[in-house]
Design a protein around this ligand. Structure first.
Ligand code: GLU
Length: 445
């Protein structure tokens, strides 16, 4: 059996961390089993769906490296939905109803007032041919409900949540189609999952109740259902559902210098019993991916943790992987030397500016003598191994300076900054010639 998964976003907005995670797990599961990963654009809602969001979703997935094997669109499949709708309607699984939203609301209020669950009373099933004819004559068109089979308990073994059980008698027959003929999410999704050969539906646990209803739709279609994995939702670092998390997307993360591999590494493991590890190449993450590792508690997404994972990814990135994002002229040796000190690839620019110069060092009249001494030491230093430690050790010895008085004037003269990249890593890249010139220029020489 070929494993087929799908990521099914509605193009009503851009992807956020939560649905990126869903996409990732679907992709990983398919990749782990030599299967297929589908991108299904759930655009039955023509009013709320926008083409620019479809483009953004594609671009975000591509940037993350989650390449779909095929793309499907619900708006291209209305004839299929119509065909199945007619079959299910003719077999008595779908029925027309006419209650207005206000009428339904009132019914629910009455039931709640009596302490009963607000389940639809199926009044529409009692309508006669004459009733239907009257509605039609008045120009009232029905909406359509799927008739749940209340006699059969709904059960499935969720790959994350374990055995699940629902009683259809406590659930309302879901509306699957509006009076204007437009589709609600529920039935088209089940039809697609069936016809696209989806073997595993991986999605957030906010869909658990939908799954109970959709299992009955699979049964009505005479189709074996896919396996289901419902993931605990993400929360913010404070343990609460955060607004920021709901809007935090690829654009913002990319702007902060977050690498796709950092997002993949963190989201692959968040909420699982496996440790979060930085992997520039997702292959080991894919190989070790299993729903059995997922817990049922909400997973905490912490941007600081992402930044840490990101730094560790940056430290692994090869020159070739970043060359087109580095300052013009920066070579492989320099990249490899500064890489361990960076939190983001963009941070290379600061180093490059300091290495190449010119640096705009503040005037240092009080330190002129000290810097003249430093220039002299630097000129005669062995630059082959660790010039910064050699320079500061020699100056400490010669001047008795220590701490800030020893280091800060040197850093300022050499870099023009009070703080910044690690001097021990930086000085060999600045090199003897530039270093001596910078020290000299502040030495009043
Ligand atoms: N379009 C639905 C959503 O974004 C898809 C849910 C599903 O995976 O079936 O919630």
């Amino acid at each position: 059996m070929t494993i087929v998964t799908r990521f099914a976003p509605s193009p009503t907005g851009t992807l956020h961390v939560g649905n990126i995670r869903t996409a990732l797990h679907n992709w990983m599961w398919a990749r782990a089993h030599g299967g297929r990963f589908l991108l299904r654009i759930d655009d039955t809602d023509a009013e709320r769906s926008e083409e620019r969001f479809v483009d953004a979703i594609r671009a975000d997935l591509a940037w993350l490296g989650l390449h779909p094997d095929a793309e499907e669109r619900q708006s291209a499949r209305f004839d299929r939905y119509q065909a199945v709708f007619e079959q299910l309607r003719d077999a008595g699984h779908i029925y027309p109803a006419y209650e207005t939203a206000q009428e339904l609301d009132l019914k629910r209020k009455i039931l709640r007032g009596r302490g009963l669950p607000p389940v639809y009373d199926r009044a529409a099933l009692a309508l006669t041919e004459a009733d239907h004819a009257r509605f039609a004559a008045d120009g009232v068109r029905p909406h359509w409900r799927f008739k749940l089979d209340r006699a059969t308990p709904i059960v499935w073994d969720d790959l994350i949540r374990g055995p699940q059980q629902f009683d259809a008698a406590t659930m309302s027959d879901p509306v699957i189609r509006r009076a204007d003929g437009s589709w609600l999410y529920m039935l088209p999704s089940a039809i697609d999952d069936r016809e696209m050969g989806v073997t595993h539906v991986v999605r957030g646990e906010d869909h658990v109740t939908n799954t109970a209803l959709q299992l009955q739709m699979f049964a009505a279609m005479g189709a074996p259902p896919p396996a289901f994995a419902h993931e605990a939702l993400l929360t913010g670092a404070e343990g609460k559902l955060s607004k920021r998390l709901g809007s935090l997307g690829v654009d913002a993360l990319r702007e902060e210098g977050i690498e796709p591999a950092a997002i993949v590494s963190l989201l692959a493991r968040l909420g699982t019993s496996q440790p979060v590890e930085p992997h520039a190449d997702p292959a080991p993450l894919i190989a070790a991916f299993d729903f059995a590792h997922f817990g049922r508690a909400p997973a905490r997404f912490d941007e600081r943790e992402l930044a840490q994972v990101n730094a560790r990814i940056v430290h692994q990135l090869s020159f070739d992987a970043v060359a087109d994002r580095l300052p013009a002229g920066m070579d492989e040796t320099t990249w490899l030397a500064i890489r361990p000190n960076l939190e983001t690839v963009a941070g290379a620019a600061e180093w490059w500016r300091v290495i190449e110069g010119p640096v705009d060092a503040p005037a240092a009249p009080d330190d002129a003598g000290y810097l003249a001494q430093a220039a002299a030491v630097a000129r005669d230093l062995d630059w082959s191994s660790d010039p910064w430690h050699a320079l500061t050790a020699a100056l400490k010895e010669a001047t008795g300076r220590k701490g800030k008085a020893l280091f800060l004037p040197l850093r300022r003269a050499l870099t023009g900054l009070d703080h910044g990249p690690d001097m021990a890593a930086l000085l060999p890249l600045i090199g003897r010639e530039r270093a001596v010139a910078r020290l000299d220029s502040k030495a009043g020489a």
